[in-house]
Ligand binder design. Sequence first.
Ligand code: PHE
Length: 347
Amino acid sequence: MDINLFKEELEELAKKAKHMLNETASKNDLEQVKVSLLGKKGLLTLQSKKIKEANKEDKPTIGQELNRVRSVIQTTIAEKEKEINDKILTEKIAKEAIDVTLPGNQIAIGHQHVITKVKEEIEDLFIGLGYQVIDGREVESDHYNFEMMNLPKDHPARDMQDTFYVTENELLRTQTSPMQARTLEVHDFTKGPLKMISPGRVFRRDSDDATHSHQFHQIEGLVVAENITMSDLKGTLDLFAKSLFGSDRKTRLRPSYFPFTEPSVEVDVSCFKCNGKGCRVCKQTGWIEILGSGMVHPNVLEMAGIDSEKYSGFAFGLGIDRIAMLKYGIDDIRHLYQNDIRFLKQF
Ligand code: PHE
């Protein structure tokens, strides 16, 4: 084998390779050129097979030459590859460019419903006083909704609420009061007093008018421990009224009746609109009724397995809808449920 001829051929090959690589513009082209130079049947591969025919003393030179050309070709391929990739990336960036100066689509942001707002405001107050907030269920058993609240089967007070039955013994709860019985049954009094509120939706057979709806929201409250007295009830609810309607509000208790409290009271707050002089909001009385309350009836404690000689407590139940209406001057309860954005936006 003529070593000079071999060197010439190799030089030719190097030139040709350079030319071929210069011409490539795409990844596919490059792949093909790569194969045709370095592949199994590639030009350089064919050339390197000739080493077998060479003289022994020429072999190292031929080997060196082959390696040199191979490395030149590989470097050029790598450079070309980078060049192509850069080009692809630049084009991609140009194509996907976002014009940040274009005006965007306005996304309307919602906010809490006025009922949720008032509910959370009341929750915050009682959490601050060390109460737990406990969830109840909307489908309740006759047992908890009525029986455990001292309203046996034939009790006349059931009439006002006798209501939406799901099965013979289950109904959409008419009040959040069943949560009194449920928490009393499980509370461990060795660990401390029971102090809880339980908010939620309730349902009644009611006329739908400006102040009544067949569904509305209540918050139940219950405190039971040793030595809880009527003055605890009075102090707590007075604080509640002042925090919700303003620190210069006064409260008064009026005797009332609930089967599960004895004695029972209704709590009025002095009118925040006219300050007690008499106006449309308080129907000229100077007072607004805000909730029902009373000392927990011994029967309710005993039915839940609690010694009514040792423990006593007070309970209250308030209507969130009514409080929201008073607080924000809403004249029709149905506004709260009609989901008219123009109404809801105001709060
Ligand atoms: N559950 C009563 C109602 O719905 C309210 C209430 C609760 C009264 C707790 C006294 C004590 O009218």
